[in-house]
Write a protein that binds this ligand. Structure first.
Ligand SMILES: Cc1cc2nc3c(=O)[nH]c(=O)nc-3n(C[C@H](O)[C@H](O)[C@H](O)COP(=O)(O)O)c2cc1C
Length: 198
């Protein structure tokens, strides 16, 4: 990528369209999502990036999970996506809010059957069962829902609206560098772009 400050797109979404698979692609990017723990210590976990649009980035989870309580207490979040084949890293900082019901339903419908079932059976009670019982109960649930698995009431999604987007570009022949977009608020249409050391 032959980027100079004068030819870096003013709108980070131009680069995002180049870097991220389209929402229709069933292979979803596996990302790290960081939140602020209720004790103030950063927390992080792997998630699928369900989709993205001009508002931001959508992730989905169980409403009883730790990360959901953390985001309710402090909407600050970060996402790290790594694309090792392309020597690229994307770091996003932003503010999370609960996604619309329509978006949550779309994301659930787009999940594989395995992940739809997981959204029902991913509980502490289920995790505590002996493995044979877990396999048996999983198969029984699957057989009982051969016509499709509806969305559980615990399914929730968040939209992370970006404040900063940092596109890291590596090179085997020279130093890595970053194209860094920042803005003052999540509704500000004006981005400040800088080239930074990698
Ligand atoms: C490849 C991979 C993808 C995952 N995708 C999700 C996801 O999309 N949503 C989710 O809630 N958890 C996902 N998980 C599980 C989380 O990493 C995590 O263990 C779980 O959500 C509990 O996190 P919490 O206790 O921080 O809330 C995924 C794990 C892996 C390894």
């Amino acid at each position: 990528m032959n980027l100079k400050l004068h030819n870096v797109p003013a709108d980070p979404w131009e680069l995002l369209h180049e870097w991220l698979p389209s929402n229709e692609n069933p292979e979803r990017p596996v990302v790290t999502v960081a939140t602020v723990g209720l004790d103030g210590i950063p927390d992080a976990r792997t998630q699928l990036l369900s989709e993205y649009d001009e508002h931001g980035f959508y992730i989905h989870e169980d409403s009883r999970s730790r990360k959901v309580a953390q985001l309710a207490a402090n909407p600050g979040a970060a996402i790290v996506a790594r694309f090792p084949e392309e020597a690229r890293q994307l770091v996003i900082q932003g503010l999370a809010e609960v996604a619309s019901a329509e978006e949550q339903a779309r994301a659930y419908a787009n999940r594989s059957e395995y992940l739809q079932q997981l959204a029902w059976q991913n509980t502490i009670e289920f995790a505590s069962l002996p493995q044979e019982d877990r396999i048996e109960s999983w198969a029984a649930f699957k057989a009982a829902h051969a016509d499709g698995i509806g969305q559980p009431p615990t399914w929730i999604g968040h939209l992370i609206r970006p404040l900063r987007l940092s596109f890291w570009i590596g090179s085997a022949e020279t130093a890595s560098r970053r194209v860094d977009y920042t803005r003052a608020s999540v509704t500000d249409p004006q981005w400040t772009v800088k080239l930074l050391a990698g």
